[in-house]
Design a protein. Structure first.
Length: 136
């Protein structure tokens, strides 16, 4: 879990609005008269890339947190839509070891390499999202 916390902290600092991308150059530009051309071209900051690039992606949230409308096969008939209902229903129906194997199989096979190849090559996705994974 330490890796995820470090990643989250790195992303917050890299994309923080609190710190301008180029503070010295921004101060210098604020003193220069307005013109139609930039004073100089510069590399985009990580925040610039995040803000201005074309974002096209998909949500893979149901890999980690089940959603009944996406992964109905993980639920027993008549169960509630909460993930806890899927877990407890499967344990009651097939036992702990078989339920564990069912969930591990779901995590290992829900997304394949060919799915990722299709998303990148055919669908032209630039982003993959796991909603809820980095909430605090």
């Amino acid at each position: 879990m330490g890796f995820l916390k470090k990643f989250k902290a790195d992303m917050k600092s890299a994309f923080s609005d609190d710190q301008p991308s180029y503070p010295a150059q921004q101060q210098q530009q604020s003193q220069m008269p307005m013109t139609d051309q930039p004073a100089s071209l510069q590399e985009p900051s990580p925040l610039d890339v995040l803000r201005y690039r074309y974002q096209h992606g998909t949500n893979f949230g149901s890999i980690f947190v089940l959603e009944k409308w996406l992964t109905g096969s993980m639920y027993q008939d008549g169960s509630d839509s909460a993930e806890l209902a899927a877990v407890t229903g499967n344990i009651k129906a097939m036992g702990l070891d078989a339920a564990r194997q069912k969930f591990e199989n779901h995590w290992e096979t829900y997304i394949s390499d060919s799915d990722l190849d299709w998303l990148a090559g055919q669908a032209h996705c630039t982003s993959l999202v796991w909603v809820g994974l980095f909430t605090s």
